[in-house]
Design a protein around this ligand. Structure first.
Ligand SMILES: Nc1ncnc2c1ncn2[C@@H]1O[C@H](COP(=O)(O)OP(=O)(O)OP(=O)(O)O)[C@@H](O)[C@H]1O
Ligand code: SF4
Ligand SMILES: [Mg+2]
Length: 377
């Protein structure tokens, strides 16, 4: 594994609003229900360890698109890890690869994925199906597309309960009602009979969360769970994710192109650019003192609700194509701090400070944690 990565273990749990509305895992019928002693236990070995993961799409015209390029990441028990980056940076492909769901013509070309004590890339199809949903659940980027339009929400939820927990009939129905109430769908009993198109976007998102919770996963991957929702609903979904972690000890990988959305929720944050992880650290480190010029620019562009204060103008310059094998730093075409070596040297994650904060930028050399002297471009 590279020296610096998005590692588990330095959790700074954000605030949380408790709710009396959650049923316990024991009530959900889980014989393996976790108690509080398993929650937020960052001292144990991580649940998920990803090493040097690369995913490429092999296109018809023989071009190769490197969607994910050598990413390391760890997620501990009960941790919320944020993955941010602009559109096309590889967040969704990375998440899909964790479940071996990368669509053709995409393929995992290198790396290792360890889930608990299993090597995900060598599991049989049957073993992989046991991991998906039951242990690792994913809330997809587009909930309307992920839900089956011709089956009622109740039928879809009951199918999940039957598949993963062998629940049937009234038991499965009661559980579906309980989960819909949990995610604040009003009039849950009646709405079980309705179809996805009869729910708003925010409600579909909450139904997806309820379906993911029906599996009682150890890790929930939430891919843009608030995209296209208004800010009030966004806040509700974020509160819900926090409650899920607090109540069940669920680890969460929260993916967003919006740094503002994940700011208050994550223990650690990774920033992706063109398939690479270019910065990682605790949320406080990354937000309070970003190490990579790209993260700095991203943060500067987050709107601040202050009269007269405008977000920074969009980043200048064009991002290179993910199909180009450019020399040097991939961010140099847009970087205000670029200096001579940036054209030749491809930077890997280096420590920004003596903690775990790291950035893939030549401003930080290996010998010292202080930014190296810059020269004129
Ligand atoms: N099925 C596919 N075929 C070919 N290329 C793909 C496919 N899916 C994704 N890609 C490419 O892989 C790269 C990463 O895409 P990905 O969907 O992971 O981005 P993202 O960071 O999730 O973006 P967004 O914020 O828009 O969701 C992009 O260049 C994208 O065009
Ligand atoms: S390596 Fe150079 S071009 Fe790349 S982010 Fe750092 S200063 Fe900018
Ligand atoms: Mg995406």
């Amino acid at each position: 594994m590279n020296g610096a990565n998005l590692r588990a273990g330095r959790s700074s749990a954000p605030g949380f609003r408790a709710s009396a509305s959650f049923p316990s895992r024991a009530k959900l019928g889980d014989r393996n229900a976790r108690s509080d002693d398993t929650m937020m236990d960052a001292g144990r070995s991580p649940l998920l360890v990803v090493e040097n993961l690369s995913v490429s799409f092999f296109l018809d015209n023989r071009q190769v698109l490197r969607a994910v390029d050598g990413v390391d990441l760890e997620i501990g028990r009960g941790e919320i890890v944020g993955l941010v980056g602009e559109s096309g940076s590889g967040k969704t492909v990375f998440a899909l690869s964790l479940l071996r769901l990368v669509p053709a013509p995409g393929r995992i070309t290198a790396g290792r994925i360890r889930w608990k004590d299993q090597d995900v890339l060598t599991l049989t199809g049957r073993e992989m199906r046991a991991v998906r949903g039951r242990q690792v659940a994913m809330i997809f980027q587009d909930p309307q597309a992920a839900l089956n339009p011709v089956r009622s929400v109740g039928a879809q939820m009951e199918a999940v309960m039957r598949l993963h927990h062998g629940m049937k009939g009234d038991d499965a129905r009661d559980e579906a009602v309980r989960l819909l109430r949990l995610v604040r769908i009003p009039d849950a009993e009646r709405r079980l009979a309705q179809y996805p198109h009869e729910f708003s976007g925010g409600m579909c998102q909450r139904i997806m969360i309820a379906m993911a919770l029906a599996c009682r996963p150890d890790l929930l991957i939430a891919d843009e769970p608030t995209a296209s929702l208004d800010v009030t609903i966004q806040a509700q979904i974020m509160d819900l994710l926090l409650e899920v972690r607090e109540r069940f000890g669920t680890s969460i990988l929260l993916i967003s192109h919006d740094l503002g959305v994940v700011a208050g929720l994550c223990d650690r944050v990774g920033v992706m650019y063109l398939g690479r992880l270019i910065e990682s650290g605790t949320a406080t480190e990354v937000y309070a003192s970003p190490g990579h010029p790209y993260t700095e620019a991203l943060l500067a562009s987050v709107p601040v609700p202050e009269p007269g204060r405008r977000p920074a103008p969009p980043m200048a310059g064009e991002a290179p194509s993910p199909m180009d094998r450019m020399a040097g730093c991939r961010f140099r075409t847009r970087c205000a701090k670029a200096f001579n070596p940036c054209a030749d040297v491809d930077p890997r994650l280096r420590p920004v400070d003596p903690g775990g904060h790291a950035a893939a930028c030549l401003l930080y050399d290996d010998a010292s944690v202080a930014p190296a002297a810059t020269q004129a471009h």
